[in-house]
Ligand binder design. Structure first.
Ligand SMILES: *[C@@H]1O[C@H](CO)[C@@H](O)[C@H](O)[C@H]1NC(C)=O
Ligand SMILES: *[C@@H]1O[C@H](CO)[C@@H](O)[C@H](O)[C@H]1NC(C)=O
Ligand SMILES: *[C@@H]1O[C@H](CO)[C@@H](O)[C@H](O)[C@H]1NC(C)=O
Ligand SMILES: *[C@@H]1O[C@H](CO)[C@@H](O)[C@H](O)[C@H]1NC(C)=O
Ligand SMILES: *[C@@H]1O[C@H](CO)[C@@H](O)[C@H](O)[C@H]1NC(C)=O
Ligand SMILES: *[C@@H]1O[C@H](CO)[C@@H](O)[C@H](O)[C@H]1NC(C)=O
Length: 287
């Protein structure tokens, strides 16, 4: 073996390694076939040097608390983004503005607090959205998914949600699966509309046994079909009660009007009589 053989083969090995791992794979991540996988690396921040042609980015089980919209937008071909089990916080509005091709987005097991129209409105191709297991997620705006018309699989299980407006999901033409279980649903008369939609839609609700009312106390732990019957009954009888009040009011008004009319008629009669008798007296005086 020549003395220069060893370093030469070493550098060749190094070159080969570089080629196989990609030229700029982020540290602590593995890269192959347009996929970057950084699972479970205790990353605090979004990794730098992600290859720009990446299609699939997996950041699962890290400590990332912020997704930079600009850096994300460099990955214009991204179709699959898995950020489950991180520390992503409340303000995700306009974060996904540059990744319009995204089809799969997993944000479960994070710390989201709300979803507005601006959160996902640029993801026109989104098919799967997982935002389950975000215990501080308390509000989803009515039109939050208005632009996600391809949405097929939506999971909002195990969050802090108490209410979901029917219009939020009713108009999604491709929805097939909707996770709603283990939320603290507030079953008031506004919720009846949602439950009625659930009964009539052909969407699949996984873990349906755990879709239950939490408040009011009288309906606690009641599952959705049973809750529908209860709500239907109590909300409709309340309507009847309102009707009774209304009818009583109308009756009272009619009664009052009648009394007033009789009273006015009485006064008129008295005045007329007094006037007539005065006239007679005057006539008598003239005689
Ligand atoms: C990503 O890497 C983790 C472990 O490093 C592995 O368990 C997981 O299957 C990988 N994911 C994909 C989609 O390759
Ligand atoms: C990441 O978060 C976990 C749980 O919140 C914590 O136990 C761990 O110390 C964090 N790691 C780093 C490197 O911050
Ligand atoms: C989650 O968000 C809430 C409200 O924004 C904040 O108070 C809390 O510290 C966050 N939790 C974690 C683990 O980051
Ligand atoms: C919502 O979708 C419409 C039509 O597809 C599009 O014109 C509009 O720009 C989208 N809104 C946002 C905020 O991306
Ligand atoms: C039902 O509860 C939701 C959420 O708490 C609330 O926004 C809504 O106004 C309530 N509707 C009625 C009729 O009380
Ligand atoms: C359903 O709820 C019960 C009681 O809260 C819980 O023990 C069970 O693990 C839940 N099932 C699933 C699949 O989450």
């Amino acid at each position: 073996m020549s003395p220069s053989g060893r370093p030469w083969s070493l550098s060749l090995l190094f070159l080969l390694e570089m080629a196989s791992e990609g030229i700029n794979c982020p540290s602590r991540c593995s890269c192959q076939y347009l996929e970057v996988n950084c699972t479970g690396q205790q990353l605090q921040e979004f990794p730098v040097d992600i290859p720009l042609d990446t299609r699939q980015l997996i950041l699962a089980a890290n400590n990332v608390s912020y997704l930079p919209a600009v850096e994300l937008s460099f990955l214009a071909d991204l179709v699959y983004l898995d950020c489950r089990k991180n520390l992503l916080g409340d303000d995700l509005d306009f974060t996904f503005i540059g990744v319009a091709k995204l089809v799969y987005l997993d944000l479960s097991f994070n710390n989201l607090t709300q979803v507005t129209f601006s959160t996902f409105s640029h993801l026109l191709s989104l098919v799967v959205l997982k935002i389950s297991d975000n215990p501080n997620l308390v509000a989803i705006e009515k039109d939050a998914f208005a632009n996600n018309t391809w949405l097929r699989h939506l999971d909002v299980s195990r969050t802090g949600l108490t209410f979901l407006d029917t219009s939020t999901i009713r108009d999604l033409p491709n929805l097939r699966l909707l996770g709603l279980s283990d939320n603290l649903w507030h079953c008031n008369c506004s919720f009846l509309d949602f439950v009625t939609w659930m009964m009539e839609s052909d969407v699949h609700f996984p873990d349906a046994d755990n879709i239950t009312c939490y408040t009011p106390a009288g309906l606690r732990a009641l599952r959705m079909p049973a809750a529908e019957a209860q709500l239907h009954f109590s909300c409709l009888t309340r309507l009847y009660k309102q009707d009774y009040v209304f009818l009583c009011l109308v009756g009272f008004c009619i009664f009052l009007a009648g009394t007033m009319a009789a009273w006015l008629a009485g006064i008129c009669a008295v005045i007329y009589e007094a006037h007539a008798s005065k006239g007679e007296e005057e006539e008598e005086e003239e005689d």
